[in-house]
Design a protein around this ligand. Structure first.
Ligand SMILES: [Zn+2]
Length: 148
C-alpha cells in the first residue's frame, strides 16, 4: 500500500523531532525538503494546500528501538491517514469529515472501504502492542538538529 496509517506508540508521543526542535529550526528543515522535492505531497502528488512535514519512524519491535529514517512532505489528507487516531478525534469533534479521509485512502491505494477498515484495525492493534513498551529513540542523522 502506498499510503498507510502509522500510529506513534503513546510512550513516545511527546518525543518527536517536531516537539523537541525550536519552531524555526523545524520550519527551516521543512523549507529544505520543499526545495529538494518541490511543494507537493510525496505520496499522492497533491499540490494544493499547506504541506505537512512528516517524520518517518522505523520500529524495531524486538529491541524496542524507534529510529528516525527521514521526512516526507504530505498533503493534509495523507497526513490525516498517517495520524488516523488524531483524525478520529477531530472527526468526533466535528472538525474533520472522516469519510473524506477514508475516501482519500481508498483512492490513493486503489482499495475498498473494507480494506481501509482492516488496515485501520491493524494499525490500532500494532499501536496497542507498541504502547506497552518503552522505546529507545534513535534520531540518526537528524540528532544533530537537537544540539543546535
Ligand atoms: Zn497526499
Amino acid at each position: 500500500m502506498k499510503l498507510t496509517a502509522e500510529l506513534v506508540p503513546s510512550t513516545v508521543w511527546y518525543s518527536s523531532l517536531y516537539r523537541l526542535l525550536p519552531t524555526e529550526v523545524w520550519n527551516k528543515l521543512r523549507e529544505e525538503i520543499i526545495r529538494e522535492n518541490g511543494r507537493k505531497c510525496q505520496i499522492c502528488s497533491e499540490t494544493e494546500g499547506k504541506m505537512k512535514l512528516h517524520e518517518i519512524w522505523n520500529y524495531d519491535d524486538k529491541h524496542h528501538i524507534q529510529r528516525l529514517d527521514g521526512f516526507i512532505l504530505l498533503c493534509a489528507m495523507c497526513h490525516h491517514v498517517k495520524h488516523i487516531g488524531m483524525a478520529k478525534i477531530l472527526a468526533d469533534e466535528g472538525k474533520l469529515d472522516y469519510t473524506e479521509v477514508e475516501r482519500h485512502f481508498c483512492k490513493v491505494n486503489g482499495c475498498s472501504e473494507k480494506e481501509f477498515a482492516e488496515h485501520v484495525d491493524n494499525a490500532f492493534k500494532t499501536w496497542q502492542e507498541r504502547s506497552q513498551h518503552k522505546w529507545v529513540q534513535d534520531f540518526g542523522a537528524y540528532g544533530k538538529y537537537l544540539k543546535k
